[in-house]
Each structure stands twice: as structure tokens, then as C-alpha cells.
Ligand binder design. Sequence first.
Ligand code: LHQ
Length: 261
Amino acid sequence: MAYQTILIDTQDGITTLTLNRPEVLNAFNNEMADEVLAALKVAERDSATRCLVLTGAGRGFCAGQDLEVLRARPEGVSFREHLLRTYNPIVTRMRTMEKPIIGQINGAAAGAGFGLALACDLRYMAVGAKFRFAFSGIGLAPDSGTSFFLPRLIGYARAFELAATNTPVAAKAALELGLVESVFPDETLAAEVRAIAARLAQGPTKALGLLKRAMNKAFDLSLDEALDYEAHLQEIAGQTADHREGVAAFLEKRAPVFLGK
Ligand code: LHQ
């Protein structure tokens, strides 16, 4: 499929989705939202994708909604309808896709772009990049899952402070807060992420998908319910070829070769 606003590259089990409107720090217009959603659907189905990397072209990761589009909005356009059509299904897809998603935060991530970064399973950040909540800066409430993810990651008061004051969060501060897993020099970020993604892409993809499902669901469960859900998922994992391969490789004292099946 030919995309106009994103780039897709799939190699060695890793699909890289690059937001590609660098002249506006990869801010979203409707076309980009549609294309991201379409590409996520393809990545979810495609067995050649065993790990997804989300990043931005140029010096930004994603500046959220394109504010020129917002300024030009005709009377009567509903923000609710807009969100239901764009960021909400994107964030839902990212959380329900049973494959690891890495945010390669190459530059500024703000507003819905911050939300997308937070919706990834893992975040690795360039030292020169920054996060900005942005919504409060333009008199808006949170969207794109930011009110959901931020307090879960860093606790309520820190999340509220960051959001209410709209203070930019530099990479080192993001690391200290627990917003990202590691910070790398700008010039080596892509290679570092590639190495991490390669490791995940060679993993037992089905089991990693079930791990993602279990950990996300556990937020809403009691211990008894979580134990029961784990037993249910283990029944599924126990029937995969990768499980059989993992046990055989251990007993034969060799590295497992997981095929994602
Ligand atoms: C931009 C943008 C941008 C257009 C930078 N649009 N041009 C959606 C719709 C409905 C309801 C509510 O919610 C939403 C979701 C949202 O995402 S709302 C939040 C929208 N995003 C923002 O408010 C973020 C605005 N941008 C910023 O805060 C900064 O630009 C960041 C922190 C992203 C980067 O800061 P700097 O590195 O200092 O870059 P800059 O500010 O100088 O921007 C560079 C250029 O990019 C500049 O254009 P220029 O022609 O002067 O080079 C900006 O105008 C443009 N740009 N964000 N969202």
C-alpha cells in the first residue's frame, strides 16, 4: 500500500513506522491518522512483523495535532468525533496489538504525539529529544490516552504537575521520572533501538503477545482474577511451537530458534 504521510519498512521481523511530515515536526493531519491506523492493522496481521518501531522523520517525533488544521476547523466540527475517528482507534490498536511496540523518540513528542509515545510498550529517547504535554498550553483537556498512561507510569502528582504546568521534559529528566527505558546519543539512537527490536523480533512472538495482554489486563483485576487469567493464557502459550522449541533448546543446551508460531 502506498502511503503519503508515513514510511513503512519491514526487515528481519522488525517493522519501522516513520511519521513523515517533518516540516511540522510530524504533526497529525487526518490523512496521517488514517494511514497510521491502516499500517497498524497491517502490522498486526502480518507474520513478517514481530516487533514494531514507531519513530519520526527529521528532528521531531510527533508534535500532536497539526494546529493549522485546528485553526482552520469549520464551525460545528466536534472534537469528540475527531478523536473517535483518529487518536482513539490508534491508541487502542497499539495497546491490543499482541506484538511489542517500541517508541524510538528521536525528537519532540507533544500532545497526541506524547500520547502515542506513552502507548508504546517501551520508549528509548534521544538525548536531544523532549516531551511536552501541550494540551494545557492551548487550553485543552488531555486526550490520546495521556490521562490514562501518565499517572500509571509516574504516579498522580508528578503526572499532574507535568501536565498542568506544561513544562517540557528533557530526555534525562524523562529517564529519571521513568517515562523512558534508556536515553542514547541522538546519532546512535536508531542503531541502539534496532538491536533491542532485533532481540524482541527473535523472541517467542505469541508468548510476548500474551505477556502484553496479561500485564495490561492485570491493571483491572484482583490477584485471584489475574491468576486465573494467567492460567487461561498459559494454556494458549503451552500449545505453541515456540514453547516446544524453547523446552527442547534448553534440554539440548543450545539457543532456541523461535519462529513466532
Ligand atoms: C507545528 C506544531 C503543530 C503545526 C510545531 N502543528 N505546526 C487534536 C484535535 C482535537 C482536539 C484536541 O486534541 C488533539 C490532539 C493534540 O495533539 S492537541 C496538541 C497539539 N500540539 C501542540 O500544541 C504542540 C505544539 N508544539 C510545541 O509545543 C512545540 O513545537 C514542540 C514542543 C513540539 C517542539 O518545540 P521546538 O523544538 O521548540 O520547535 P518549534 O516550536 O520551534 O516548532 C518547529 C516548527 O514546527 C514551527 O514551525 P516554523 O515554521 O516556525 O519552523 C512550529 O510552528 C511547527 N509546529 N508543532 N502541532
